[in-house]
Write a protein that binds this ligand. Structure first.
Ligand SMILES: C[S@@+](CC[C@H](N)C(=O)[O-])C[C@H]1O[C@@H](n2cnc3c(N)ncnc32)[C@H](O)[C@@H]1O
Length: 231
């Protein structure tokens, strides 16, 4: 799937300031409300136990709509995303003095000039694991080993749940549309994950793994979950 082109298309369709639509935080084609955005943000900081002394790596940070706010809650932050278009928006509209953005494929994160010290105490990948397969996740966790340390918390948030896909594709029309878009190469979601698979990848990498739920009022609570890993 060509995610770069898909996100370029979203930017084009969403218009200048609609940061949430640019990165797919929408419900029935409209951006989620500010209250829902804040609720997700607060849950991210809670699950990461983000603290002022933390060093944060936000993988697949998109246009930085969460990253900039997270950077205000920690010591330093790095955001990386495949899409140069989204990184340009992040650098222009969601900058912060303690925040550096890079355009980079997360599968090649080891090519970035990330500091050897201090290690990242928190790693976030929010609403993006669907763009990766099992071997990508394995490789990613391995590449992150040199830049993380004992105690580092990893939050893979907002993962589409393979066991709940039927609650998203809940009508014959939606299932047909999914099939059509997969064949056309424009499937907007990508990989649906089983919790066991995520846990297995974490444990193979020497991390513990627990799960949390999307806030119940959010439409995606029916079909997404969060995985919290710790080194
Ligand atoms: C749904 S958006 C989420 C963005 C951000 N984390 C948020 O929640 O606002 C998914 C992001 O993953 C990025 N992405 C997809 N494949 C990637 C890859 N291989 N490496 C880095 N970023 C990738 C996309 O460019 C996009 O910005």
């Amino acid at each position: 799937m060509d995610w770069n082109t898909q996100y370029r298309d979203r930017i084009r369709k969403s218009g200048g300031g609609d940061y949430l639509s640019q990165v797919g935080h929408t419900e029935q084609g409209r951006p989620i409300s500010n209250e829902q955005f804040i609720e997700l943000f607060n849950q991210i900081t809670d699950l990461l136990t983000l603290a002022p002394g933390d060093t944060l790596l936000d993988l697949c940070c998109g246009n930085g709509v969460f990253t900039q706010k997270l950077a205000k809650r920690c010591q330093t932050a790095v955001g990386a995303d495949l899409s140069e278009d989204l990184i340009n928006i992040a650098q222009t509209d969601h900058a912060a003095p303690n925040l550096t953005y890079y355009a980079c494929d997360a599968r090649h994160i080891d090519t970035l000039p990330l500091p050897a010290e201090p290690k990242f105490s928190k790693v976030l990948m929010y609403a993006a694991l669907q763009h990766f397969g099992r071997n990508d996740l394995r490789g990613l966790l391995q590449s992150l080993w040199p830049v993380t340390e004992t105690g580092t918390v990893f939050l893979f948030g907002f993962i589409p749940d393979a066991d709940l896909a039927h609650q998203f594709y809940d009508t014959p029309e939606r299932r047909a549309e999914r099939q059509r878009r997969i064949e056309e190469g424009t499937d907007p979601i990508g990989e649906w994950w089983k919790r066991d698979t995520v846990k297995q990848c974490a444990e193979e990498a020497g991390l513990t793994c627990t799960f949390a739920e999307v806030p119940p009022g959010h439409h995606a609570a029916r079909y997404r979950f969060h995985a919290i890993m710790q080194r």
